[in-house]
Ligand binder design. Structure first.
Ligand SMILES: [Mn+2]
Length: 303
């Protein structure tokens, strides 16, 4: 029997979950297979695994359900029928009830991050697993923790995910390679912030203020939106060249899930995303911003 870990690939919580599962598997002498997933490929992985896994253990972590998962419900039912599936998550599951009826084990909390839930489930006594979970929590809950944020920069730099997971799973929280990736990324980050500033507009939207900015692809939505949030507007929209939108807020009256739904996306009240399905360039980004503002105003989702 092997352990199959499907977890988020973009942040410390997802990769930390991978690392804890790996550490656990190694202790148990079990084989472990990692799938580095995001919301746009989770359904594809479920479909693929449902066709080939029998009698295995599957852990899905740090990924909530979304429309695409609901469209792969039959495959997920097959996967759950033939394997032992555990879904560990801390996102908002309102609307995802159909998934929970398939007979999977569901471990959920909104106070703990996914890595903490995985750690408590698999390795409650292990000091290294606990440290991975602590770092993941600090990053996911936007707490101040130098190491957690430096590790996040290593991930954002494009550092090899498998090597990252292996290092963490051994209890290696920093090394020469991490240092090099981190240093290089500091330059990229500064360039990314400068570009964001040059492609920024603050607009009024239905009585609220909104900062919109075009971002370079290499600046993660977490870093780009945290930077924009410092402008103090009610909410912010980060726009990427591939049409991806990322919404964050300062004002708790603004429900970002509802705003994202206007663009066919989704997420949580506090953080949401969508895809425009068009390319956004230096030439058209101002028009795109105007269109986003218009759609939000006309959508009637602001209180
Ligand atoms: Mn998380």
């Amino acid at each position: 029997m092997a352990l199959h870990c499907i977890a988020h690939k973009k942040d410390l919580d997802g990769l930390g979950s991978h690392a804890i599962v790996r550490r656990f598997a190694e202790r148990e002498g079990e084989e472990v297979v990692h799938y580095f997933a995001d919301y746009d490929d989770l359904a594809g992985i479920i479909v693929e695994l449902s066709g080939k896994l029998r009698g295995e253990r599957v852990i899905i972590a740090d990924l909530g359900y979304n429309e695409e998962v609901l469209s792969a419900l039959e495959a997920l039912a097959r996967l759950c029928g033939a394997n032992e599936v555990t879904w560990v998550d801390h996102h908002d599951w309102q609307g995802g009830e159909a998934v929970l009826e398939l007979g999977l084990r569901f471990i959920h909390s909104s106070e703990l991050c996914a890595a903490e839930l995985v750690q408590r489930e698999l390795m409650p006594e292990d000091a290294i697993a606990r440290e991975i979970a602590r770092l993941a929590h600090a990053h996911d809950f936007r707490e101040e923790d130098e190491l957690a944020w430096k590790l996040y920069d290593v991930i954002s730099s494009g550092y090899d995910k498998m090597s990252f997971v292996e290092a963490l799973s051994r209890g290696e929280f920093w090394n020469g390679e991490f240092e090099e990736a981190y240093r290089k990324y500091q330059h990229a980050k500064e360039k990314g912030y400068a570009y964001l500033e040059e492609h920024l507009e603050v607009r009024e939207v239905g009585g609220y203020t909104c900062a919109l900015a075009l971002s370079k692809k290499y600046l993660s939505s977490t870093l780009a939106s945290l930077h924009l949030q410092k402008k103090g507007t009610d909410f912010v929209v980060v726009v990427y060249p591939d049409g991806k939108l990322s919404f964050r807020r300062n004002n708790p009256r603004v429900n970002l899930r509802k705003i994202a739904q206007l663009f066919g996306g989704g997420g949580r009240e506090v953080a949401a995303g969508a895809k425009l399905g068009i390319e956004v360039t230096e030439e058209n980004y101002r028009e795109v911003f105007a269109e986003i503002v218009r759609r939000i105003e006309e959508g009637g989702v602001l209180p």
